[in-house]
Ligand binder design. Structure first.
Ligand code: HEM
Length: 161
């Protein structure tokens, strides 16, 4: 991805989406601990991911994943944010995590957030707008993280030639 603006254009991520996510931040903060608890309980319940998680400090992982969760609502969706997402993707390639589990994990995040929105936004239009903004930011994250995996695969192809 060349720039964050391209990514936003492709996903139709607007200034309104940005404002909606920023406004959601206080509610997300209230549920941050529950998010990271559930996220890790799930990942420590799978043999493939536990093996990788056990190579890192548990508390540090909790902090990294809950900081990421909050960064979804940080509001500064610029090229620094794009670089940050690229680095996250590479960090997972480096620990040997199959991209399949990144997709699985993102699915858990999605359910967590969509449920939180459903429970707290009685107004149908407001709820729909926030759900859409949330879906976009999650898909943009997943897109950039997957691109890191593709980059690594391409490197392997070139090295093996
Ligand atoms: C590190 C996010 C899924 C294991 C990190 C970091 C972030 C992050 C932000 C810190 C990276 C850094 O600053 O260098 C995410 C997101 C995920 C995800 C957004 C998917 C939605 C997973 C899964 C595992 C995992 C499924 C399962 C093993 C790790 C490990 C590290 C890490 C072991 C530490 C890497 C290191 O020590 O450099 N993750 N993660 N992550 N994540 Fe995830």
């Amino acid at each position: 991805m060349t720039s964050m603006q391209d990514l936003k254009d492709h996903y139709g991520f607007t200034d309104d989406d940005e404002e909606l996510l920023k406004a959601f931040q206080p509610l997300a903060a209230q549920h941050k601990e529950r998010f990271s608890g559930e996220f890790h309980n799930y990942l420590y319940g799978l043999p493939e991911t536990t093996a990788i998680l056990n190579t890192s400090n548990r508390q540090r992982l909790l902090e990294m994943h809950s900081n990421w969760f909050m960064s979804l609502f940080g509001g500064a969706y610029d090229n620094n944010y794009l670089n940050h997402l690229t680095r996250i993707g590479h960090a997972h390639v480096k620990v040997g995590l199959n991209v399949h589990f990144v997709n699985v994990a993102m699915n858990r995040v999605r359910h967590f957030l969509l449920n939180l929105i459903d429970e707290n936004y009685p107004d149908r239009d407001e709820r729909r707008a926030l759900r859409e903004a949330t879906e976009k930011i999650l898909d943009m994250n997943l897109d950039v993280m997957s691109a890191s995996y593709r980059e690594e695969e391409l490197k392997k192809v070139f090295v093996s030639r």
